[in-house]
Design a protein around this ligand. Structure first.
Ligand code: ADP
Ligand code: MG
Length: 240
């Protein structure tokens, strides 16, 4: 099944053409890296897939339905680039993870044993069990990213959208998150993840989509991240 189908997507922010006729199709179980320089439209693409940004043209299909319908049944887990939680807000790690279960909890938001269990499992998977009761503002940046990954895991969504989950994260944490994401994909989860880490993307992703307003390239990491592309798009020169 196709997990995500973006077709001819064009998005403007005022005068800025942020996405120009972008088409992307992810089959179930794919881990796709979204790369491109700052301002290339990566976050805009996530916003459009979530239905938070209105496109000028084009369509988004999520798991055979619209993004609004997929969101209503909590089928998409989204980790925004900037966390929506104020670090001073008095909420502890396991409570943040529990918010991933809200859609299934009804309007009373009273957690059932299954919700508590899902939170514990998710915290364990990201290695944060010992910090479950720590206030969110008293965690490191990398630990906070892991809390938000745990929230996405607890949501049990078939599609994960992660906008720069490795930004400000140490190497060990990145390796740990990579391992968890590979496991999720082996279980059938589809992942779209933006990152600037060229070496890390080859370990994590089956595919890379390279964005610069337009979609410049789309293929395996080896196909896309050629020395020519790295030089042209990122201004990097190979060591040789
Ligand atoms: P990336 O995530 O790749 O850094 P963005 O999607 O955040 O790129 O931004 C794409 C372009 O759209 C940039 O030129 C950015 O300045 C512009 N942009 C993004 N969001 C807004 C906004 N809310 N209002 C105006 N311009 C925006
Ligand atoms: Mg961004």
């Amino acid at each position: 099944m196709t997990a995500l189908e973006v077709d001819g997507l064009t998005v403007r922010h005022g005068d800025v053409l942020a996405l120009d006729d972008v088409s992307l199709r992810l089959e179930e179980g794919t881990v796709c890296g979204l790369m491109g320089p700052n301002g290339s439209g990566k976050s805009t693409l996530f916003g459009a897939v979530m239905g938070l940004v209105r496109p000028e043209r084009g369509t988004v299909g999520v798991l055979g339905t619209t993004s609004a319908a997929a969101r209503r049944r909590a089928a998409v887990a989204y980790m925004p680039q900037a966390e929506a939680i104020d670090p001073d807000f008095p909420i502890v790690a396991h409570q943040v993870v529990l918010t991933g279960r809200y859609a299934g909890m009804g309007f009373t938001r009273r957690p059932r044993p299954a919700d508590r269990a899902a939170v514990d499992v998710a915290l364990d998977r990201v290695g944060l069990t010992g910090l479950a009761d720590r206030q969110i503002g008293r965690l490191s940046g990398g630990q906070r990213k892991r809390v938000f990954l745990a929230r996405a895991i607890a949501q049990d969504a078939p599609l994960l959208l992660l906008d720069e989950p490795f930004a400000g994260v140490d190497h060990g944490t990145q390796e740990e998150m990579t391992r968890v994401l590979r496991e999720l994909s082996e279980a059938g989860c589809t992942v779209l993840v933006s990152t600037h880490d060229i070496a890390g993307v080859s370990r994590l992703c089956d595919r890379v989509a390279l964005l610069a307003g337009r979609l410049l390239a789309d293929g395996t990491p080896d196909e896309v991240l050629t020395p020519e592309v790295l030089g042209r798009v990122f201004g990097l020169r190979s060591a040789s």
